[in-house]
Write a protein that binds this ligand. Structure first.
Ligand SMILES: Cc1cc2nc3c(=O)[nH]c(=O)nc-3n(C[C@H](O)[C@H](O)[C@H](O)COP(=O)(O)O)c2cc1C
Length: 81
């Protein structure tokens, strides 16, 4: 069984991060079809700082959407959180 830190995944199927695709609805569908982990869309960290209300929508999640990871983009780098 795959374990990341103290999070144990139910299987090794991971939904890759896809900008413009992996929103909350898509992630929930992927989970219903078996994904053990799902990535959010790529989120611009600078944009989040300057436009928090719009970015909150990109980050929206719920109890069915777990465990979830997000991909933060900042300048030239990408970070998973
Ligand atoms: C529409 C689309 C959007 C993508 N957006 C991102 C992204 O924002 N960040 C990222 O790291 N990879 C992105 N990717 C790459 C995917 O996460 C993945 O690495 C790639 O599709 C290869 O997956 P595979 O090895 O399972 O074939 C994107 C891929 C597609 C098709």
């Amino acid at each position: 069984m795959l374990k990341i830190g103290n999070v144990r995944l139910k299987n090794r199927l991971v939904l890759a991060p896809m900008a413009g695709v992996t929103n909350l609805a898509f992630r929930i569908l992927a989970r219903r079809y078996g994904a053990g982990l799902a990535f959010s869309e790529m989120v611009d960290a600078d944009g989040m700082f300057y436009d928090i209300h719009r970015r909150k929508k990109e980050f929206s999640t719920n109890s069915e959407d777990a465990p979830v990871t997000c991909q933060l983009f900042w300048g030239a780098g990408r970070y998973a959180c």
